[in-house]
Design a binder for this molecule. Structure first.
Ligand code: UD1
Length: 344
């Protein structure tokens, strides 16, 4: 056993895939999740893949007493990976208090408790949204952050600042901020994947739900951007690849790989792919003709952003590996599995 890791939001999309990679790497995992955007079945999926069942605490990280009990009941936690957050960009515009309260309280509670329970390492799920519209692509970690376009984005920026301030104050902890680009796909086993509540806001679940007939057609938000085909460009990163970056981050922090108490890494492929190109990759990988139409731009969308992942490649020893075609196929296989199971 390499260590005991607390994964907050561990039954969610990124949390569940990261739990699998942690268990496969020999870590013991304790999950806390309030199941607001996931369900217990995810634990079965994790167990089917790894042969191990993480400790599961149903609870809300906004509640200090719940967290204290978790640390008392599970002594010896070495690291925390914090995925517990509300993450719908559009919803955050309408419910800013919910987003600030939830995302920031969780973070503050965890940082407050870490020294008390001797937890050394903290991995935070940040987002490329902190960069706003880049002046240059691919973007490096040295690029300035810009005013967030949504309360969700603001919580990521403020969270990064809080972590920075706590480390600067001399707290006995180390932190790594992982700035994700666009995580997509599902585990190749199709045992776990993304399960959005209601109508998907993100592109790939909308594509797969359209392909299987739950949605009539995909709306492509704008083809008049300043890009080669007019649609927005993103850096779509495979979810299993992304999950593996967390294991690398923990190993670096807990294994003493760095003298810096705070480090930031872009987690992306380094390739910019447009929305229309992604649809094409999906169609070729699955042989399905996807019904879609071009509609107006979505408010708050940035035109193009993709990562320069050199720092993660060289310093963290992490690199995206799964092809975009295989990633889209994994998302499709997951969607078909949900249908088989009668989930949707
Ligand atoms: C957003 C956030 C990102 C967050 C992610 C998770 C910003 C700038 N980005 O990513 O930080 O981690 O959500 O929720 O806040 N699209 C369509 N049709 C659709 C859906 C999407 O054309 O039905 C287009 C969008 O206009 C965009 C691209 O697909 O150009 C990707 O959209 P989406 O999957 O929602 O992710 P982001 O907005 O890039």
């Amino acid at each position: 056993m390499k260590g005991k890791i607390l994964v907050t939001g561990g039954t969610g999309f990124i949390g569940s895939h990261t739990t699998v990679e942690l268990l496969n790497a020999g870590y013991e995992v304790v999950i806390i999740d309030n199941l607001s955007n996931s369900n217990r079945d995810v634990l079965d999926g994790i167990e089917r893949i790894t042969g191990k069942r993480p400790v599961f605490v149903e609870g809300d990280c906004c509640c200090m007493a719940t967290l204290e009990k978790l640390f008392e009941d599970n002594p010896g936690i070495n690291g925390i990976i914090d995925f517990a957050a509300s993450k719908a960009v559009g919803e955050s515009v309408h419910k800013p208090i919910l987003y600030y309260r939830n995302n920031l309280n969780i973070l503050l509670n965890l940082l407050d408790l870490m020294p008390r329970y001797g937890v050394k390492g903290f991995v935070f799920s940040s987002s490329c949204t902190v960069y706003g519209e880049p002046d240059v692509n691919p973007i490096t970690e040295a690029a300035p952050t810009k005013k967030a376009t949504s309360p969700y984005g603001a919580t990521k920026q403020i969270s990064e600042d809080i972590i920075r301030d706590v480390i600067a104050s001399g707290a006995p902890i180390k932190a790594i901020l992982l700035r994700y680009f666009n995580p997509i796909g599902a585990h190749p086993s199709a045992e776990i994947g993304e399960l959005p509540n209601g109508v998907p806001q993100n592109l790939v679940p909308y594509i797969t739900q359209t392909a299987i007939g739950i949605r009539k057609e995909l709306s492509v938000f704008g083809n008049d951007y300043d890009t080669p085909d007019g649609s927005c460009i993103r850096d779509f990163i495979n979810i299993v690849d992304l999950a593996k970056a967390h294991v690398k981050a923990l190993e670096r922090m807990l294994g003493g790989g760095s003298d810096d108490n705070l480090e930031v890494f872009n987690i992306g492929t380094g390739e910019g792919v447009s929305v229309l190109q992604l649809i094409d990759v999906f169609q070729k990988a699955t042989g399905i003709k996807l019904p879609y139409k071009i509609v107006g731009r979505r408010e708050g969308d940035i035109t193009k952003i993709w990562a320069d992942p050199t720092k993660a490649n060289t310093v963290l020893g992490w690199k995206a590996q799964v092809s975009l075609a295989d990633t889209m196929l994994s998302a499709w296989n997951w969607q078909k599995k949900l249908r088989e199971r009668g989930v949707m």
